[in-house]
Design a protein around this ligand. Sequence first.
Ligand code: 3VV
Ligand code: NDP
Length: 505
Amino acid sequence: MTSVADYYAGKNVLITGATGFMGKVLVEKLLRCCPQVRALFLLVRPKAGQSMQQRVDDMIKCKLFDRVREDDAHFHRKIVPISSELTEPGLAISPEDADKLAACVNIVFHCAATIRFDEPLKHAVQLNVIGTQQLLGLARRMRHLEAFIHISTAYANCNRKHIDEVIYPPPVEPRKLIESLEWMDDRIVQDITPRLIGNRPNTYTYTKALAEYVVQQEQDKLNIGIIRPSIVGASWQEPFPGWIDNFNGPSGVFIAAGKGILRTMRANNDAVADLIPVDVVINLTLAAGWYTAVHKLVPRCPPGPLQKHHVMSSFKRNPLEQAFRRPNANITSNYLIYQYWILVSHKFPALLYDLVLRLTGQKPQMMRIFNRLHKAISLLEYFSSQDWEWNSENVNMLMAQLSPEDRKVTFNFDVRQLNWPEYIENYCIGTKKYVLNEDMSDIPAARQHLRKLRNIRYTFNTVLVVFIWRVFIARSQMARNIWYFVVSLCFKFLSYFRASSTLTN
Ligand SMILES: CCCCCCCC/C=C\CCCCCCCC(=O)SCCNC(=O)CCNC(=O)[C@H](O)C(C)(C)COP(=O)(O)OP(=O)(O)OC[C@H]1O[C@@H](n2cnc3c(N)ncnc32)[C@H](O)[C@@H]1OP(=O)(O)O
Ligand SMILES: NC(=O)C1=CN([C@@H]2O[C@H](COP(=O)(O)OP(=O)(O)OC[C@H]3O[C@@H](n4cnc5c(N)ncnc54)[C@H](OP(=O)(O)O)[C@@H]3O)[C@@H](O)[C@H]2O)C=CC1
């Protein structure tokens, strides 16, 4: 049985989406744990005024690559950036580059995609479906290709409750959809999008389902493998715990909760999300690359439960700077209760805060922030308030195929060993350190700020009670009688407990 690292020795690997969250972890892991890999060809586009080379240089300077740098200061020599825009004809790869790739690439990892839930259908199809088709076209030209690994999502078939490790028939024949979208203007496409996506929640899951089908069409010509991760979160162990660099999925929710902005969300009460650490997904992906070179498979990443109290307690121990309120989110599956909390815990404090800003001559901003937050959580709700059943026999089979060393250490993807409270703690610290770039040495000041917020809350509640008392109790005889009745009842209870505790002592 060869080890996974042995398989990658001397191989030329092509990666799309290498500048993204998962792509970066894939590049890092390959360089660190498969040091004999020959070259990594990264398809990168110029962006935001930066050339492709500048972007790659910036990427490898980031902290994520510290461990690789320690092992080999010249690791960048193995990285070969190739200029490419996946939505352009021929992927906008120069003919010379295309010929070079066709001549030497052994394995392709296709990670690039638009993962936005609000992406217009035309663009989502252009990148997630047509981009994938074009990459497959290039792959067919690769004379030494051993495996084509496509990163899909566990939610590509989220319109089903039970999902097996098979490719389901597509919602529409991709070719027909592509032809229709070509002549339709954007307004028409926007109007018909809800009808097209049907019982899927967004264009992302719809186009990822089509992409799976497009990949499957090539199964007679290429060795294909499809990975379907659920919700990918910060790293568990590698290259270090808690690495995360974006606001997607749960990370944005955590940050908003840690900052005390998000106080309620609609979600399943017990297991609110199927979370999987990014290093686990990447270990599985690399193992699947090795295995697919010989066989074909569609593994799914095993999910884990995410519990909200771990998030709250982590942020209380390691608070974020300048929180709006103390972290305390109320997860509910009940629509009415949710609307109540939105009003009381989001809209009312935002209005109050904006009023204070206006009175002090500043620009109001809190209501705008909450409107954006509500848009974001409404898009995530579909995933956080439902359950799916996934079959993961292929994952178990793949695990059994690994050597003991790979299975337990180098390419471990067994989340049963994961300590969830510890993972969530590191995840929350990771959002603080790597997404918000906050310094850990500021934690005492952040704690002090939370204490100040708690005192403000106590003062506010006391003022509110006194106000209510003045308005209602002091003015109506009946309210006064009820009040005296409640107070005397409390007093009687207190005396009773005091008497009974004296007797037992
Ligand atoms: C309380 C605790 C308990 C919690 C329990 C619940 C947990 C989780 C629940 C449910 C998770 C479910 C997840 C399902 C996942 C499925 C799995 C997958 O297969 S794929 C991946 C999923 N994809 C996404 O997650 C994309 C979702 N995001 C979007 O679609 C958009 O971001 C959206 C519509 C939500 C918002 O869009 P906009 O246009 O309003 O905002 P924008 O462009 O994203 O960015 C806002 C600002 O933030 C900055 N920003 C973004 N990333 C940044 C970064 N890394 N660093 C600094 N700034 C950043 C941006 O530059 C922008 O700033 P400027 O307004 O331009 O100034
Ligand atoms: N994150 C998650 O929770 C999950 C992700 N997945 C899947 O994993 C894969 C990677 O996701 P993730 O890393 O989170 O996504 P990111 O958004 O972080 O990365 C997307 C990558 O695709 C590249 N890309 C986007 N558009 C183009 C384009 N037109 N031409 C060339 N490259 C482009 C981006 O490059 P650039 O830097 O230039 O924008 C970036 O490198 C996706 O296929 C996604 O569907 C599946 C399940 C869950």
